[in-house]
Design a protein around this ligand. Structure first.
Ligand code: MEV
Length: 275
């Protein structure tokens, strides 16, 4: 199984060289080589088979618990799981560093110019501090953090489109700098075992200002915040329809779950920082 990821702080800013914090979640993707016809028309899977050294005779069966294109690293996890399965099938097992490099090749096909954060978390796992082009920093925290991940709806836009949208924002430099500062504080608080809810909210509001959160998700976020929750989207976001998964932290999770149930919004809980 290759696990998906959640970005706790710093998406989009990470594309501009700021640190982002991300962690693996308990849902993931498994892939195996099969004899029957598989997903041969999927460009991403074909690319992953090819970079792993497989040819067109190889078929892959994917089983995924991750919603596609919703900010949980599904494309990186599918690529990494496929590459690993093909290399095992070819009796040429792959190490993590090589798996990261090949997963990045696939990520470039899917996202244009990704920072590499998704590939890093799905390959190396755990809780990490990530700066584009630098070695991954593994963070060890004493107290794992419980998060609620709520589904604001699948974005209509791709990650690549959202990155381009941010690139065109005149006020992006200031907002990216602010997100970078918030992320540094989140890291310190996590390492000191302190609550990061308020900072999470700040990051969420900065992402709203950056223009990567749609109206429907902003409304839901306002309702959740009014009930004492801290909220941010995680991943690239989306504006036309859904904005993907949202990270929600709250002292009273029961009330929050009721609101989500009433609105028929899917959610699940995950712990980060355990591994
Ligand atoms: C996507 O999960 C995170 C973004 O920052 C893009 C990237 O870092 O490649 C939006």
């Amino acid at each position: 199984m290759v696990y998906g990821k959640v970005i706790l702080s710093g998406e989009h800013a990470v594309v501009y060289g700021k640190m982002a914090l991300a962690a693996s979640i308990s849902l993931g993707v498994s892939a195996r080589v099969v004899e029957s016809v598989g997903n041969k028309k999927n460009l991403l899977i074909n690319k992953a088979i090819a970079v792993a050294g497989g040819d067109e005779t190889i078929q892959i069966k994917i089983e995924s618990e991750l919603p596609i294109g919703s900010g949980l690293g599904s494309s990186a996890a599918v690529s990494a799981a496929t590459i690993r399965a093909v290399r095992e099938y070819l009796r040429n097992p792959i190490n993590d560093d090589d798996l990261f490099e090949l997963t990045m090749e696939c990520e470039k096909l899917a996202h244009g110019n990704p920072s590499g954060i998704d590939a890093s978390v799905v390959v190396y796992g755990g809780l990490i501090g990530f700066v584009k082009g630098k070695p991954v920093e593994r963070l060890k925290i004493n107290q794992p953090v419980k998060l609620l991940l709520a589904d604001s709806g699948k974005p209509s836009e791709t990650t690549k489109e959202m990155i381009e949208l941010v690139a065109g924002k005149p006020e992006k430099n200031e907002l990216i700098a602010q997100i970078g500062m918030v992320t540094k504080q989140v890291k310190q608080k996590l390492l000191n075992g302190l609550d990061v809810g308020e900072l999470l909210n700040q990051n969420g509001l900065l992402l709203e200002k950056l223009g990567v959160v749609g109206e429907k998700t902003k409304k839901l976020s306002r309702e959740l915040r009014a009930m004492g929750a801290s909220v941010k989207i995680t991943g690239a976001g989306g504006v036309k329809t859904g904005s993907g998964m949202m990270v929600v932290m709250a002292p009273d999770v029961v009330k929050i779950k009721q609101l989500l149930d009433n609105g028929q919004i899917d959610y699940f809980e995950t712990m980060i920082g355990e591994r």
